[in-house]
Structure formats: C-alpha cells, structure tokens
Design a protein around this ligand. Structure first.
Ligand code: ACO
Length: 447
C-alpha cells in the first residue's frame, strides 16, 4: 500500500545542475507496505521536476496507472517548452511571439528540426532543397484517381504520405537511412503538394503543379487556388497569414499526434510511415478536428439565430453536453499564447480582404461574454489556438474539411523534429506501456 511519497535531498541520488549552477542531488522516497523505494528526481532546464519511475516495477512489482498519460512524461525533449499556467510557448528557447513576428515557416521548420536558426547559407540551401523536391512521382498522381471524390482529404493525405515510402525505399530501415536530410526535405515539400492535390481532387479540379519560383507558402496557395483557365497571383498578406498559422501550429511537445509519431518510430518504423500515423491521429475531433468544430458551432449559432448569452447558458448547463468549442485546453490554464496572436492576425487579414464575416462577430461576442462569466473564469477556460484559426482559413478560401490538413502541414516539422530526437536518444527503446488486467479470471472452456 502506498503510504507516503516525499522528496528529499541526498548524496547518492541522480545529480542535476540547478539554476544557480551548483550540482545537487534529489530523490523521492516511496513507501509501499514495509518497503522503502528510492526514485531519482530529474529536473528540466526550466525547473520542471519529474520522478523517474523506470525502475519501479523492478524494485517493487508495481506499475503506475495514468489513463490518458495526464501525469506521465514519456521523454525528455529539447524541442518545445510550454508553461500552461503562465501561457508560455517556446520553440528551441525562442518565444512563439517573437517567431510569429519575425520568422517564416521555412525558417521555423529549420529551427525545430536542426535545433538552431539557420545561417543565411544554411537557410538558402534548405529553401533550395524544399524547392527541388516539390513534385511527386507521376505514378503517385494516378493514385488519386482511385479515391472517391467524397473522400476526406485527411484520409487521402495519410494514404499518400505512406505511399511516399514505396517510392523512396532507401528510408525503409531508418537505421540505414544515410541521407535523412533529403528524406526530411522530401517530406516537407511533397506533403504540401499532396495536401493541395487532395483538395483539388475533392472539388473536381485539375491538379496544379508546383511553381518553384514561389515561396513555400506562396507555392501552396498557387497549387490550391490556381485554375488552368485563369491567372492567379499570390496575395502577400494571405501568404503572410498562412506563414503565421503554420508557425503557430508547428510544434506543441507531446500532444496526441506527436506521441503517435514517436510511438510508431520507437518500433524503428520509417519516417514516412510514422508521419502517416501522426496524420491519422491528428484527424480526430478531440485533437486537430477542433478548428472545424469551432466553425460548425459558430454556424449553428448564426443559422439558428441564437442569442449569444443564451448559447453560453446552454454551454454551462451540464445536462446539455454542449461545450464551447475553441475554449479550454488540457495544458493551458491561462490564455493560449497562440490565440492572442491569431486574434490580432485575424482582424488584420479580414480587414485586408474586406471580408465581413458574421461568424467572426459571433466569435468576438462569445469570447467577451465567456471571459466575463464566472463559469469560465473559475475553470480557467480561455480561447485556444483553434478559436480564430478557422475563421482565418475560411477567409483565405480554405474549406472546412481541409482545416485538419492545414494543421498537419503546420505540425509536420514538429513531428519530424521529435522523430529525429527520438532516433538520436541513447535511452531510446520500443515504447511499450503496460496495463492492469481487470477482466474475467481463469475459467474453463465448456466441453
Ligand atoms: N466549454 C464548456 N465547459 C468546458 C469546456 C468548454 N469548452 N472545456 C472544459 N469545460 C469544463 C468541463 O465541463 C469541466 O467542468 P466541471 O469541472 O464542472 O466538470 C471543466 O471545465 C474541466 O474540463 P475537462 O474536460 O476536465 O478539461 P480537460 O483539460 O480534460 O479538457 C479540452 C481540455 C478537451 C480541450 C476541453 O477544454 C474541451 O473539450 N474544449 C473544447 C474542444 C476544443 O476546443 N479542443 C481544442 C483543444 S486545442 C487543440 O487540440 C489544438
């Protein structure tokens, strides 16, 4: 029986460097019945603490039970830092606000994947490589013919990304992939092409091949919105907005899809297949599907001519099972820093495009009412990244069923960075959680 868990300083536990530069040791003591078990404490670079339980079963026969992994650190990672209480998000140490204001998606991808911002030469080389690999094998283009036009673009995207592994077989065994940088650039560039082709397929328009004279985001907009019969000019404001949206979605540490990529990768599955797994995980409405749910809800309020205050009452009513979509977050118990940035960008974009969107007015009103209501205040429920992103995508002309695909495109560098980090971790081993069996006990088959 667990009687006490305490943390104490000692001389023989794991050592760590504290913020004042001194080497300290700390351990936790777990008392189970009459047994005392020492567990090392690991402290991260931002002072977060974790009890290392990797030896617990060996020492005691017990495992830990943590449904939904709400209290389980699956890895140490140096890619992304989140402080949900303070509303902080940083990629490789850089605050998201600074990246959003000054970087672009290609540079941020490089940062996440390589750990540092690129020098001008590295940036140029990376950009050139992304340009060079924008096309997909012509045989892959024919794969699209087999999907019904009603197919969800996420299903197509996942299948096609897996399909890439059949063309680039040198990546089949990640331990023998000698040119991983090439694989990374192929993925970043071709997923963008596959995403736009899946959109064209869903609306019955011909595919538009990439134009490598354009920027990463400009090229995506070109493939999405150009038709052979008319010229198409990339609007720099739209391109800027798209860069911002992709940067804000580029990583979020061990979320469901990133954990999926790591889980699949831990079996030494190749990068293409792991990304395909990440895409399927992101597809779910509890995860990447939320921005679509926000717009559906705003449309319901608009079409039903709901009074916003009355709708908020419905959300608060526990019998209704209606939640305010785009509000609340498992990690952020403060304003999601990305939501602040998106809200401003959304106003700017809609002004620029001259779009009057009644759904935006409803969103603003919902936010105002909710933030002044004790139900939301007491539960720390603030708008999350998805509250305004869908309105921006809609203004750009991206249909609702493509929202999750946009999320996947943005999250891609984060998934890749985590896969690479895991592959180079000396502690890396196959991920194999345990369970507590609570089914029927031994019984005989009736003869
Ligand atoms: N609307 C109304 N009430 C809410 C909401 C909401 N959006 N979110 C949480 N609550 C309430 C819950 O009913 C619960 O109330 P109670 O204590 O009276 O029972 C309390 O707040 C805590 O909620 P939990 O579900 O325990 O919080 P959790 O951290 O598990 O869930 C989640 C987080 C799933 C994001 C939740 O806030 C939610 O469903 N939000 C709406 C969906 C959404 O916007 N998802 C996008 C997340 S961001 C992303 O994935 C990129």
């Amino acid at each position: 029986m667990l009687t006490l868990l305490q943390s104490s300083q000692c001389n023989d536990g794991r050592t760590w460097n504290s913020m004042d530069g001194k080497t300290k040791t700390e351990k936790a003591i777990l008392r189970l019945d009459d047994q005392e078990i020492e567990l090392p404490i690991f402290t991260g670079s931002e002072g977060e603490k974790a009890i290392d339980i990797s030896s617990l079963r060996k020492q005691s026969g017990y495992i830990t039970l943590d449904p939904g992994y709400v209290n389980t650190g699956m890895t140490k990672s140096s890619i992304c830092f989140i402080d949900g209480e303070e509303g902080i998000l940083r990629y490789r140490g850089y605050p998201i606000e600074q990246l959003a204001a000054n970087s672009n998606f290609v540079e941020t991808s490089y940062l996440l994947i390589h750990g540092e911002l690129p020098t001008p030469e590295q940036y140029e080389q990376f950009r050139q490589s992304l340009r060079r690999h924008s096309m997909i094998h012509e045989d892959m283009r024919h794969f699209f013919d087999g999907f019904p036009s009603s197919a969800h673009p996420m299903a197509i995207l996942s299948a096609m990304v897996l399909g890439l592994s059949t063309f680039y077989t040198e990546n089949e065994n990640p331990e023998q992939d000698t040119d991983i940088d090439l694989t990374v650039c192929r993925l970043l560039s071709k997923v963008r092409t596959l995403a736009s082709f899946s959109f064209k397929k869903s609306i019955g328009q011909p595919f538009i091949y990439p134009d490598n004279s354009l920027s990463y985001c400009g090229n995506f907009l070109h493939m999405m919105f150009r038709v052979p019969a008319e010229p198409y000019h990339v609007d720099p404001e739209v391109e800027r907005a798209l860069n911002l949206l992709l940067i804000l979605h580029a990583d979020h540490e061990q979320n469901c899809s990133t954990a999926t990529v790591r889980m699949a990768g831990s079996a030494l599955t190749n990068l293409y297949a792991c990304i395909a797994a990440g895409i399927t995980s992101l597809w779910g409405s509890r995860h990447g599907g939320a921005n679509q749910a926000v717009l559906d809800q705003l449309a319901t309020i608009h079409e039903g001519d709901w009074d916003v205050a009355r709708y908020i009452e419905l959300v608060k009513d526990k019998n209704s099972s209606v939640r305010l979509m785009g509000f609340g977050h498992r990690v952020y118990k403060n304003y999601d820093p990305r939501a602040k940035i998106i809200k401003e960008a959304c106003d700017r974009l809609l002004d620029h495009l001259g779009v009057q969107d009644p759904l935006l007015d409803i969103a603003r009103r919902l936010e105002e009412v909710a933030l002044n209501d004790s139900y939301f205040v007491d539960r720390n429920l603030y708008p999350n990244v998805d509250f305004y992103s869908g309105i921006m995508y809609r203004a750009i002309g991206i249909p609702i069923n493509m929202f999750t695909v946009m999320f996947a495109l943005g999250r891609l560098p984060g998934w890749i960075a985590h896969w690479l980090e895991m592959r180079s971790d000396p502690d890396d081993r196959i991920h194999r959680p345990r369970q507590i069996y609570n089914g029927v006990k031994l019984r005989d088959y009736p003869v």
